[in-house]
Write a protein that binds this ligand. Structure first.
Ligand SMILES: [Zn+2]
Length: 201
């Protein structure tokens, strides 16, 4: 039986590069893949999935209210789909995560989702919460903090270069995201004292 996979990580961990490589592996063998990317912050009908190392591929967009099961089933009706890929899966609605599960369960097509686990305030995204709950396989894509520990959290730097401690879950613009370990994230967010002071307070 096909499975629903969720590859999760913080920013800049190389999730998109992994997605594009995996899709390429299918296509190289003459198989068909369907790619989706969040359309919440994009215009038009076709999106681009682009990775930091320069790879990019066209993808369909998903927005709130879209029925992903119906879209894949329709495509699969005339062209066999061998794998479905979803980038920016943190933006899925809970119902859409279930639609992806149905693609695996009822159409027998594997579904590979890639996304962020938590936002800059350390809270789960809706899509990630649903995928963590119902995916068959969870795979953490690792990246490291400046200190060398595993980075599991992300901070957002505003235009002024300072760490944002409040605000919208997603900022459109030139904000920069930095992945940190939990300890350094707490310090940057002002929730804990810096390492150096621990034991002296
Ligand atoms: Zn650290």
């Amino acid at each position: 039986m096909a499975k629903l996979y969720f590859h999760y990580a913080t920013m800049n961990a190389g999730k998109t590069t992994m997605l594009l490589q995996a899709s390429y592996n299918y296509r190289e063998r003459g198989m068909t893949t369907m790619l989706f990317v969040a359309g919440h912050y994009r215009k038009g009908d076709t999106g681009l999935i682009s990775s930091r190392i320069g790879l990019e591929t066209e993808a369909e967009m998903f927005r709130d209210g879209d029925d992903l099961f119906a879209r894949v089933a329709e495509h699969h009706d005339h062209t066999t789909v061998h794998c479905v890929f979803v980038d920016e899966a943190q933006f899925l609605e809970e119902e859409q995560a279930w639609q992806l599960a149905r693609i695996a369960d009822r159409l027998d097509i594997p579904v590979m989702c890639y996304g962020l686990r938590t936002d800059f305030q350390g809270k789960l995204f809706s899509g990630s919460r649903a995928l963590l709950a119902i995916s068959d396989e969870l795979r953490e894509v690792r990246t490291i903090c400046r200190c060398g520990r595993k980075a599991t959290m992300v901070v957002r730097l505003g235009a002024d270069g300072k760490v944002a401690r409040q605000g919208e879950q997603v900022a459109i613009g030139k904000d920069v995201y930095v992945s940190l370990c939990r300890r350094h994230w707490e310090e940057e967010m002002g929730l804990a004292l810096p390492d150096d002071f621990i034991g002296f307070t």
